[in-house]
Design a binder for this molecule. Structure first.
Ligand code: NDP
Ligand code: 8X3
Length: 255
């Protein structure tokens, strides 16, 4: 019987790449996100791999009632979720703490922290009931090292790091693995979202630089998920070779 993976934020970037690699390996996939048309297109693409089932759930992780009711209503054959990937998240803007936009702060905290908690609260009991499961939380190098203007995004990802440790402790007796992955710079729609559609600002982030791509993170998630049952990778920081930390990167210099 196929195993089942649920991925939040599967309409783009890491989440989509994770859905594709697990579909290739014969997992049934639950994809979630706000953009319904993208979920529909991805569902078709995933079904193209054959011999798997796909369930699309269209919700905003910030809406606790919706998260709880949609997950509560999933059909019986989908309730045995083996892997949950808490990936949905974003950075909104960059600014000093004295001038930052409150609306941006709310979006980041509501999505990256509260949304992750709402989804986990709805799915973890299903794993506890079966005494098995694997939860992946996508944090960031920004949660390990704080950089100027990163304040609230960094804090939200530090919370993801802390919550991963907390989940591992609280779910220890339930045989549930928890893996925190903290990527460095990766070229997805992340910077376009952070800079609110400004392509020049988003493009500049990766200039003179070979960033990670979504497949790099997807391959790592797949590797961690397929280790022997007694092995759990707890915490991984993953950067491009040209990035040594949140502050140090070795950019190509234009001639
Ligand atoms: P993308 O912008 O490409 O993808 C983000 C995904 O999150 C989308 O599928 C989006 O779906 C979903 N999402 C965002 N907000 C919500 C919401 N309120 N409700 C439901 N889904 C939501 O970025 P990445 O793939 O790069 O980002 C994935 C994760 O990786 C994020 O948590 C990000 O912070 C983290 N990360 C990214 C890094 C990078 O450099 N790219 C580095 C380190 C960590 P939709 O809009 O359809 O709802
Ligand atoms: C995204 C990585 O360095 O842009 O989480 O904050 S960084």
């Amino acid at each position: 019987m196929n195993k089942t993976i649920m991925i939040t934020g599967a309409t783009s970037g890491f989440g989509k790449a994770i859905a594709l690699i697990f579909a290739k390996h014969g997992y049934n996939i639950i994809i979630t996100g706000r953009r319904k048309e993208r979920l529909d297109a991805l569902e078709k693409e995933l079904l193209g791999y054959g011999k798997i089932s796909v369930l699309s759930l269209n919700f905003d992780v910030r809406n606790q009632n919706k998260v709880a009711s949609v997950i509560e209503a999933i059909p019986d054959e989908w309730r045995a979720i083996d892997i949950l990937v808490n990936n949905a998240g974003l950075a909104a803007g960059m600014g000093h703490i004295d001038t930052g936009l409150i609306d941006d702060w709310d979006r980041m905290i509501d999505t990256n922290v509260k949304g992750l908690l709402y989804v986990t609260r709805a799915v973890a009991p299903l794993m506890v009931a079966r005494n098995c499961g694997h939860i992946f939380n996508i944090g960031s190098i920004a949660g390990k090292e704080i950089y100027e203007n990163g304040n609230v995004y960094c804090a939200s990802k530090s919370a993801v790091d802390s919550l991963s440790k907390a989940m591992r402790i609280d779910l220890l007796k339930n045989n549930i693995k928890v893996t925190h992955i903290a990527p460095g710079m990766a070229e997805t729609e992340f910077s376009l979202v952070r800079f609110k559609g400004d392509k020049d600002k988003a493009g500049a982030v990766y200039k003179g630089f070979e960033p990670l791509v979504a497949d790099d993170i997807a391959n790592i998630v797949y590797y961690c998920a397929t280790l022997p049952t007694h092995v759990c990778i707890n915490d991984l920081v993953v950067t491009p070779v040209q990035q040594a930390s949140a502050y140090y990167s070795n950019r190509f210099i234009n001639p």
